[in-house]
Design a protein around this ligand. Structure first.
Ligand code: ADP
Ligand code: MG
Length: 557
């Protein structure tokens, strides 16, 4: 674009020289340079303090290859390789601790200030600082899919996905500059040519008009505001994928949540193992083996309870039946494990069912073999999160689950959710979501929060899809607009508050800049404002708007 603010500056000072106002002409140039430098410094400083927060990019990783430790670039570490992290170093790649005990400072990633103790078998998220002991970690993801890389990418690209507010400004600038130039030419010529007024005075007014008109304050401060807002959220372990997501989050009026893993911990208590025609051990063994290839929280609980090593050689083909259960070949036998819907599908009648909790029925070669009763507890802060959402004026909070009515009702009551739907398949969840999306009057946004196990399509479909980043599946994180790193539902109201605040500040900046510009343009046309006023007004408003914008990050200066 030729007709940008630099162009306005150049013609303003060039014409100042032409009418003999050399000092003013030079001053325009000098002060614009100073203003520019000041703005650059402010933007740089903001970017720097935000990227310090994500300055966790690993330079090299100490991997163990053929029994030797060698340093390689993070991109060269393959999934499944073991690497070593010494105390004081950051975990470079998401993985599982294989040996060693330590305490991890997870603040940079989850916003949680309490250190987390890790032992073999537990996950270690990249970006966390290893505080006390050396750890051997197995890489579970490639570097580019790890938390650190994702955060870096987000902050760097936060400018790319522009908020509506930002787009408005781009569109505005397209018409604004040419209009200003035309208006300035009119101010310089019309009074002289038509009314015969003295041309020096009017050319001078036109110049002041041009100087005043520079839209720097607007063009710089609004994107900066959103940038700071995204940075602020990531400080709390909330990854927001750009300014447009913030715009939509700020308008949240309906929140739909998944139960297992989102409202509840996803770690189950066992309330009973009820074999039918087989021994208890036999039932548990087949249940555990059938769950071997599943990534559902239920499978982890059952395998954990079984507690013995499972030989992958025994496990044949395994099919996940979303919302129902799983079908697996174990030692050549067909094992179905899942809810009553699954039993119905395969024509097996459950017997002697103990009601209440979630029942995982097991059928071996089409014969009912009993069920395992499990129940999951709500996360400690889920109830608080629901209360905060209501305080923020969110009208509907709805829980959708594939689990049964009884256990869904119990969880809903404990956490204070008024509406819930149970026994849903993933496609039912999507259909209900579509329903909400179409009947909504008003302009509010619908937020869906899930762990992505059986509900990634809903995450993708909602106005704002939120995924639990830690227990959540990769497909969920991929589909999501917002990722909550520490899996706490309370981060959602916090994200809404940050978005509203950021959006509010962006609006203040638009009002401030435009209001000031139009007032100054009027004064310039009337001859009530001189060049000095114009220069200071422009630099001053830009400075105020930029400083105001950095408030979206919280304390910065
Ligand atoms: P939610 O909507 O609560 O996250 P899902 O849709 O993931 O639940 O699962 C719904 C129900 O399907 C579970 O409550 C369980 O009864 C059954 N189910 C799903 N996956 C499995 C599995 N791997 N093993 C056993 N049962 C399963
Ligand atoms: Mg789920």
């Amino acid at each position: 674009m030729i007709l940008d603010e630099n162009f306005l500056t150049v013609i303003a000072s060039a014409s100042a020289f032409m009418i003999g106002a050399e000092i003013e002409g030079a001053a325009v140039m000098i002060f614009f340079r100073i203003g520019d430098m000041f703005e650059d410094a402010a933007v740089q400083k903001t970017r720097k303090s935000i990227s310090e927060l994500v300055e966790m990019q690993p330079v090299s990783v100490r991997v163990v290859r053929d029994g030797k430790e060698i340093d390689v670039g993070p991109e060269d570490v393959a999934v499944g390789e073991y690497y070593i992290v010494l105390p004081g170093e950051r975990i470079p790649i998401d993985g599982t601790v294989m040996s060693g005990y330590s305490s991890l400072d997870t603040k940079a990633i989850t916003g949680e200030s309490m250190p987390r103790d890790v032992a073999p078998g537990e996950s270690a998220l990249s970006g966390c600082i290893n505080m006390t002991g050396a750890l051997t970690v197995r890489a579970d993801r490639a570097y580019s899919d790890s938390a650190v890389a994702r955060i870096l990418e987000l902050v760097e690209e936060s400018g790319a996905r522009k908020a509506k507010t930002e787009k408005f400004i781009t569109a505005f600038a397209k018409y604004y500059t040419p209009s200003v130039v035309v208006a300035a030419i009119a101010v310089a010529t019309v009074p002289t040519l038509i009314f015969g007024l003295p041309y020096e005075a009017w050319v001078y007014r036109a110049l002041v008009f041009l100087v005043v008109s520079c839209p720097c304050a607007l063009v710089l401060s609004v994107p900066l505001t959103f940038f700071c807002g995204v940075g602020r959220a990531s400080k709390s372990g909330i990854l927001i994928n750009g300014g447009d997501v913030m715009d939509r989050l700020a308008l949240t009026d309906t929140v739909v949540v998944d139960k297992t893993g989102t409202v509840t911990k996803g770690t189950f208590e066992f309330s009973g193992i009820h074999p039918h025609g087989v021994t208890e051990d036999h039932l548990l063994e087949y249940a555990a083996k059938s769950e071997y290839r599943s990534d559902h929280p239920i499978s982890a609980a059952i395998i954990d309870r079984y507690g013995r090593e499972i030989d992958p050689g025994e496990i044949g083909k395994s099919v996940n039946l979303a919302g129902k259960g799983i079908r697996t070949e174990v030692n050549g036998r067909i094992v179905h494990a899942g809810n009553s819907k699954l039993m119905e599908d395969i024509g097996v009648e459950p017997c002697g069912v103990h009601g209440g909790a979630t029942c995982i029925h097991v059928a071996i070669d089409g014969t009912y073999s009993g069920h395992i009763s499990i129940s999951d507890e709500p996360k400690e802060d889920s109830a608080e999160a629901i209360r905060e959402l209501k305080d923020l004026g969110v009208k509907n909070v709805v829980m959708l689950t594939g689990d049964n009515m009884t256990s869904a009702g119990r969880v809903a009551e404990i956490v204070g959710i008024d509406a819930f739907r149970s026994d849903l398949l993933p496609e039912d969840k999507l259909e209900i979501l579509e329903g909400y999306l179409t009947v909504r009057e008003g302009k509010g946004s619908l937020v869906y929060v899930g762990d992505g196990i059986n509900d990634a399509p809903s995450i993708a479909r909602a106005d704002v899809g939120v995924a639990m980043g830690n227990i959540g599946s990769d497909s969920a994180v991929e589909a999501a607009d917002v990722v909550i790193m520490n899996d706490s539902l309370r981060r959602l109201p916090e994200a809404i508050r940050i978005s509203r605040r950021t959006r509010g500040i962006a609006y203040q900046n638009i009002m401030l800049s435009l209001g000031f510009k139009f007032a100054a343009l009027a004064l310039a046309t009337l001859g009530l404002a001189g060049m000095w006023f114009a220069i200071f007004a422009d630099v001053g408003v830009a400075a105020i708007a930029i400083i105001n914008g950095t408030r979206a990050y919280g304390k910065l200066f």
